[in-house]
Design a protein around this ligand. Structure first.
Ligand code: HSE
Length: 429
């Protein structure tokens, strides 16, 4: 039976998951595919570190050259994460004619054009199913199954850590810090969880999805980014009172020849299909012009789901090698794509004003909104305080982001307003 030599770069949560998967299912996969995947070397920082799996000592190395320069290694599996040295490792592997399997969304989002140009000139392929959605096959779905469609919309929950935190805060009343600590314990969070909670990880994933959907490189820097770190439990509670659930969404929409790409906390109706995506699960609602709506759901993070995607890619690489087919790397082309600036986005909005509790306050706030053409759909004010401030929560009809920002900057300067207004966007469909 033909054997495919694999070099693993990194042996953390995902790397040890890949080792376990191949230990448990390797024989079955060999029988099914006729090819044996064999891990020949593993790059680690500390060979003496205690790990959840036992590997023969000779397999571990601290020198990347042991993998890059081994002619028996045909596929390099990059699971180091972060930008550097991961980018250099990927480029070096390609230069040496090795196919690459990677879970690294940051490198693909930031350096996609460079990586895929290197793959093309080396005649190699880069597989990256694990970079977005963990075990959910979103990359193959966009790249292959739905390739015939114009993708009108991608509405997705792509960060398991944020979804876990928001679910635990909303359903169990946990504080942000408690929920984050739980997510870290369970191995969902990035090594630096700031990437998750700032929305950066979601931006990287959306950059990859939008690039695949629209056939042109969507730079991460052009994606509007807001995270969940400064959300208050009260916003989750108010959202529920209005019949909404709060999610960190990655959104791409094509309308009138322009594409909008944004990541921000969003209120969605309790009956929306993504409202039932809870905990560390990811959900992808795609809309193609011919296929209509397609929903993908599954675990977007964690050792086992991510290992499932990585090994699926290793099998694809093995098939490519054994068939002798010509690789066709996806190119993150720098072709013109007209992106809609955030100021032009139209949405419904949730505002939480902090204002003194006095007659006439509401009319002053609504007066400013009216002058900017923003129409109010509903209002609640909670509690009554003689001194200090009260929250006033308003939902609007559709408005333009630029008008909303201008109105809020005026409102936040009113002497009756005691703290900056919290703005959240609402997605109905
Ligand atoms: N930190 C990521 C998440 C892991 O929580 O979704 C997979 O990209």
């Amino acid at each position: 039976m033909q054997e495919i030599g694999i070099g693993l770069l990194g042996f953390g949560v995902v790397g040890t998951g890949v080792w376990r998967l191949l230990s448990e299912n390797g024989e079955f996969l060999a029988r099914k595919t006729g090819v044996r995947l064999s891990i020949r070397r593993i790059l680690v920082r500390d060979p003496g570190k205690r790990r959840p799996v036992e590997v023969p000592g000779g397999l571990l190395t601290t020198r990347v050259e042991d993998i890059l320069e081994d002619p028996a290694i045909q596929v390099v599996c990059e699971l180091v994460g972060g930008l550097e040295p991961a980018r250099t490792y990927i480029l070096s592997a390609l230069e040496r004619g090795k196919h690459v399997v990677t879970a690294n969304k940051a490198v693909l989002a930031e350096y996609g054009p460079e990586v895929f140009a290197a793959a093309e000139s080396a005649g190699c392929e880069v597989f990256f199913e694990a970079a977005v959605g963990g075990g959910v096959p979103i990359i193959k779905t966009l790249r292959e199954s739905l390739a015939a469609n114009r993708i009108r919309r991608i509405t997705a929950i792509v960060n398991g850590t944020c979804n876990y935190i928001l679910t635990r805060m909303s359903e169990e009343g946990l504080s942000f810090a408690e929920a984050l600590a739980e997510a870290q314990d369970r191995g969902f969070a990035e090594a630096d969880p700031a990437l998750d909670i700032s929305g950066r990880d979601s931006v990287h994933k959306l950059a990859i999805l939008a690039t695949l959907a629209y056939g042109a490189h969507v730079p991460a820097g052009r994606i509007h980014q807001e995270g969940i770190a400064d959300l208050e439990v009260s916003d989750l509670v108010f959202a529920r009172e209005f019949g909404y659930v709060l999610k960190l969404l990655a959104i791409a929409r094509e309308e009138d020849g322009k594409v909008e790409v944004r990541v921000h906390p969003t209120l969605i109706p309790e009956g929306h299909v993504l409202a039932s995506v809870r905990g560390a699960f990811n959900g992808f609602l795609l809309e193609g012009d011919f296929v209509g709506e397609v929903l993908l759901y599954g675990l977007g993070a964690g050792a086992e789901p991510t290992a499932s995607a990585v090994v699926g890619d290793l099998l694809d690489a093995a098939r490519l090698i054994t068939s002798g087919a010509r690789p066709a790397p996806i190119l993150f082309r720098d072709s013109p794509l007209s992106l809609r600036p955030m100021e032009e986005v139209v949405s419904r909005y949730y505002f939480r004003f902090s204002a003194v509790d006095r007659p006439g306050v509401l009319s002053r706030i609504s007066g400013v909104l009216g002058r900017h053409g923003i129409s109010i759909a509903s209002v609640i004010q909670k509690g009554r305080r003689e001194k200090g401030s009260v929250p006033i929560v308003m939902l609007t009809h559709e408005a333009r982001e630029a008008d909303v920002r201008r109105a809020l900057s005026e409102i936040d300067r009113l002497e009756v307003v005691t703290a900056p207004t919290r703005l959240l966007r609402i997605l109905e469909a």
